[in-house]
Design a protein around this ligand. Structure first.
Ligand code: SF4
Length: 353
């Protein structure tokens, strides 16, 4: 038996198997929260690459990147009349990035790449017994050659802003780096029989169009983690991908809540464990922001009332905390822990009487 696992769906198992199983059960699509402008931006970039692609007699493709860049900048504002300024500016940023890549050889655009894991490989590497063969697939927005390396570029149109650590941690980076290393191993061939070179380094670039920023991660095939010196980067990536596939095959429903994951979870409204505030915001984001503004205004008014009371009467004791001010150049009273009076010691207390 054989099953195809797309990187995005597999990533849900890697993040939280409960999320993945809820998405299957309730038919929740991937990327269901992407803003419209973001989807359009991605679409315009894809079409611009297709439009300025010249097929070569040897079956290869050449892209006129200066024209691609200009088309991206020109076309997006024409797609809808209500696009926000940041989406349009984001596309100009994409145009600048693409124009700057003009002299770097392209391996593929919208490049679908896959790797097949047999039951024997699952047994050998994870000790996991299955009769399923798994094909893991990922679509790469743009891949280019570097020096003994590949540069994998992804256009990000959402609001997430990544640090380098975030970019290294993302399942998409891990899966992409692993798939490219696994295929570019100096042995495997293209569909027309050409041997792919052995590539040791994968550079991952997330171009965050809405922010006009780029997040970067680097994976070196043979480097070893100082904390786990017997494991190379390639092996660590492989364990991560294979163990996510194992969770999928097992039909795991384990919940792994973490604020960072739950905040982005597509299945949050269905999750029994989700914090109620996250559920509420997902249920009705517009009402939630209105309530937040009103509560914040009330909270500011409450603070002012407490402050003027404190000015007249001093420290205000709550049941677990107190409202008070520690002497400092600025008078900013705030919530602070109550003073712990400690156990009563009759001898010492009587001394101070
Ligand atoms: S809300 Fe959190 S715990 Fe619940 S399914 Fe989503 S990621 Fe998992």
């Amino acid at each position: 038996m054989s099953i195809i696992m797309d990187r995005s769906a597999l990533g849900r198992y890697a993040d939280c198997p409960h999320q993945a199983s809820l998405c299957i059960k309730h038919n929740i699509p991937l990327n269901d929260r992407l803003p419209v402008g973001g989807v359009l931006g991605h679409d315009v970039i894809d079409k611009a690459f297709k439009k300025h692609c010249i097929d070569q007699p040897d079956g290869g493709k050449v892209y006129e990147l200066d024209k691609v860049a200009q088309t991206v900048v020109d076309e997006l504002p024409k797609t809808r009349p209500d696009l926000s300024k940041d989406v349009v500016e984001g596309c100009k940023y994409a145009g600048d990035v693409i124009a700057g890549l003009a002299n770097i050889p392209i391996v593929g655009v919208e490049m679908q790449t896959e790797a097949t894991i047999t039951p024997e490989e699952f047994k050998e590497k994870l000790g996991f017994i299955t009769d399923q063969t798994v094909t893991i697939t990922q679509c790469f927005d743009l891949v280019q050659y570097g020096t003994n390396s590949l540069h994998y570029r992804d256009w990000k149109t959402g609001y997430k802003k990544r640090t380098r650590a975030d970019a290294e941690e993302e399942f998409q980076s891990a899966c992409g780096a692993w798939l490219l290393m696994r295929n570019y191993d100096g042995v495997k061939t293209t569909a027309d029989g050409q041997i792919l070179p052995k590539i040791d380094t994968i550079h991952v670039w997330y171009h965050e169009l809405r922010w006009r920023t780029t997040a970067y991660a680097r994976f070196d095939r043979s480097s070893e983690d100082p904390a786990q010196s017997h494991l190379t980067t390639f092996k660590l990536l492989e364990y991560r991908i294979l163990s996510a596939a194992k969770l999928w095959l097992e039909g795991s429903d384990e919940a792994w809540p973490e604020p960072k994951k739950c905040g982005f979870c597509s299945a949050v409204t269905k999750c029994k464990l989700a914090d109620w505030t996250i559920k509420e915001v997902a249920d009705n984001p517009s009402k939630y922001v209105d309530c937040y503004v009103a509560i914040k205004a009330k909270s500011t008014a409450m603070y002012k009332a407490l402050k003027s009371f404190h000015q007249g009467y001093g420290r205000i004791e709550g049941s677990e905390v107190a409202f008070d001010w520690k002497p400092s150049p600025k008078y900013i009273p705030k919530i602070m822990p109550k003073v712990n009076k400690g156990p009563v010691d009759e001898d010492i207390d009587s001394f101070f009487k």
